[in-house]
Design a protein around this ligand. Structure first.
Ligand code: HEC
Ligand code: HEC
Ligand code: HEC
Length: 137
C-alpha cells in the first residue's frame, strides 16, 4: 500500500477512536472511567483470546473490516462470523503493515529481506499468527 494509503488508514482509525472517546466523555467527565459497559453482542468463548489494541494500533486494521459499517447501523449487529476460520483466513491473507511501524522493530530478518528486495511483504501468518497459543491459552 502507498504511504498515502497508510496515512489515510491511520487517520481513519484515529478518527474512530476520537469518536468513541467523545461519545464516552463530557466536560464534567473528561476521562473515560472504569470499564466501559456494553450490551455485548459479540462474545468469543473464554478459551479464545482477542486483543483490539493489537489489531487496531499495531495492525492498523480499520474497525469496519471486522464490524462492518457500524456508523450506518441503527442497531449494531454482528457482522463477521468470529469463527476460528475467519481469524485464520485473515491472518493468512493480510499483509502486516511492516514498513515504518515500530511494533515490528524486532523482526530484523524480515526488514533486511525487504531492504534487499528478497521479500516484498510479510503476512500475519509469518509473524506467528497461526500458532495455537497466540489465540488459546
Ligand atoms: C480484527 C478484527 C477487529 C477489529 C479491527 C476491530 N474489532 Fe472490535 N471486536 C472484534 C472481536 C473478535 C470482538 C469480540 C471480542 C470478544 O468477544 O472477546 C470485538 C468486540 C468489539 C466490541 C464489543 C461489542 C459487543 O458486542 O460486545 C466493540 C464495542 C468493538 N469491538 C469495537 C471496535 C472498534 C471501535 C474498532 C475500531 C477502533 C474495532 N472494534 C476493531 C474484532 C475486531
Ligand atoms: C481483518 C483481518 C483480521 C482478522 C479477521 C483477525 N485478525 Fe488477528 N491480526 C490481524 C493483523 C493485521 C495482525 C497483525 C497485527 C499485530 O502484529 O498485532 C493480527 C495479529 C493477531 C495476533 C498477534 C499475532 C502475533 O504473532 O503477534 C493475535 C493473537 C490475533 N491477531 C488474534 C486474532 C483472533 C483471535 C481473531 C479472530 C477472533 C483475529 N485475530 C482476527 C488481522 C486480523
Ligand atoms: C488466530 C486465532 C486462532 C488461532 C491461531 C487458533 N485458533 Fe482455535 N479458535 C479461535 C477462535 C476465535 C475460536 C472460537 C470460534 C468459535 O467460537 O466459533 C477457536 C476455537 C477452537 C476450538 C474449539 C472448537 C469448538 O468447536 O468449540 C479448538 C479445539 C481450537 N480452536 C483449536 C485450535 C488449535 C489446535 C490451533 C492451532 C493449530 C488453533 N486453535 C489456532 C482462534 C484461533
Amino acid at each position: 500500500m502507498s504511504a498515502d494509503g497508510q496515512k489515510a488508514d491511520q487517520g481513519l482509525v484515529d478518527h474512530q477512536w476520537q469518536a468513541i472517546k467523545t461519545s464516552l466523555t463530557s466536560e464534567v467527565k473528561p476521562k473515560i472511567q472504569g470499564p466501559i459497559q456494553w450490551v455485548r453482542i459479540h462474545n468469543l468463548p473464554d478459551h479464545a483470546y482477542f486483543n483490539h489494541s493489537q489489531h487496531v494500533t499495531a495492525g492498523k486494521v480499520a474497525c469496519q473490516q471486522c464490524h462492518g459499517k457500524v456508523e450506518n447501523m441503527e442497531v449494531v449487529k454482528q457482522y463477521a462470523p468470529l469463527s476460528m476460520g475467519w481469524c485464520i483466513n485473515c491472518h493468512r491473507q493480510t499483509e502486516v503493515k511492516f514498513k515504518d511501524n515500530p511494533f515490528y522493530n524486532d523482526y530484523k530478518k524480515y526488514h533486511e529481506e525487504i531492504k534487499s528486495g528478497k521479500r516484498s511483504k510479510v503476512t500475519v501468518e509469518e509473524i506467528g499468527g497461526l500458532e495455537c497459543q497466540k489465540c488459546h491459552y
